[in-house]
Design a protein around this ligand. Structure first.
Ligand code: URA
Length: 239
């Protein structure tokens, strides 16, 4: 879509006003000042600002979902149920996608939106978004475990993780429970970190993500729309 038409379609400015805004260098695309009214843009993929204000071309939707085990964090799959299949048809709007991934057997908090640039922003390493997981493992987490995770775990292939906070909730031979906070999103990160310690994850559930907490009332497989008070938290990722 042309930049000028995208802005006009929101009712934010007339064509004449758009030209004036462009001339006075008040319009940016992904942080770069632009001057051409006919520039082709995609407001789902790019961060377009008019006088500092983010351009919203259609209603943005934000959902918090409690993913059950067995469901894929994907938009489409021919074999398995996806998180989009859990949305009612009226909420399955164009461009809606899950922000980040949970493994198929992992449960818990997942944010979904049709705000294209948000996922990239939230998952960008510079934001260090905290993710908290409840974990059950198949053996003892000794008193040395919190230090092990705090020092930054290294996988067998040499990949190193940032320091993580481990809180052991219960330790028993053959079954321990813990909470772990990480600020990255490496593939299978939590499972591999525990493997590096010498135990296997038997149950994994994300209970917090970027300041959002999975409330008990959101039972497995259900979701709700974020409230007007919660959305500004997400907008801080565009600062
Ligand atoms: N870490 C994992 O190993 N799996 C997940 O699903 C999320 C984090």
């Amino acid at each position: 879509m042309r930049l000028d038409n995208a802005i006009i379609s929101t009712g934010l400015a007339s064509r004449k006003q758009v030209r004036r805004l462009l001339r006075s260098k008040q319009i940016t695309v992904d942080g770069q000042t632009v001057t051409k009214p006919g520039l082709i843009i995609d407001s789902h993929l790019q961060d377009i600002r008019v006088a500092g204000e983010r351009l919203r071309t259609e209603k943005e939707r934000y959902f918090i979902l409690n993913k059950p085990a067995g469901v894929l964090s994907a938009c489409v799959d021919h074999q398995h149920q996806t998180v989009l299949d859990l949305l009612q048809e009226t909420d399955r709007v164009a461009g809606v996608y899950p922000i980040g991934r949970l493994d198929r057997d992992t449960e818990g908090l997942l944010l979904l939106t049709n705000n294209g640039p948000l996922g990239f922003r939230m998952l960008h390493p510079k934001h260090h978004v905290n993710k908290v997981y409840y974990v059950e493992v198949n053996d003892v987490l000794d008193s040395d475990a919190p230090d092990f995770f705090q020092q930054g775990v290294t996988f067998l292939d040499g990949t190193t993780c940032k320091p993580a906070k481990l809180e052991v909730l219960s330790r028993q031979k053959g079954h321990s429970k813990a909470r772990i906070t990480i600020s990255e999103g490496k593939f299978h990160q939590v499972k591999k970190m525990f493997l590096a310690y010498g135990v296997k994850v038997t149950y994994l559930k994300r209970i917090s993500f970027g300041g959002f907490i999975l409330e008990d009332s959101l039972s497995s497989g259900t979701y709700r729309e974020l409230t007007d008070d919660e959305i500004p938290i997400l907008m801080t990722y565009f600062d």
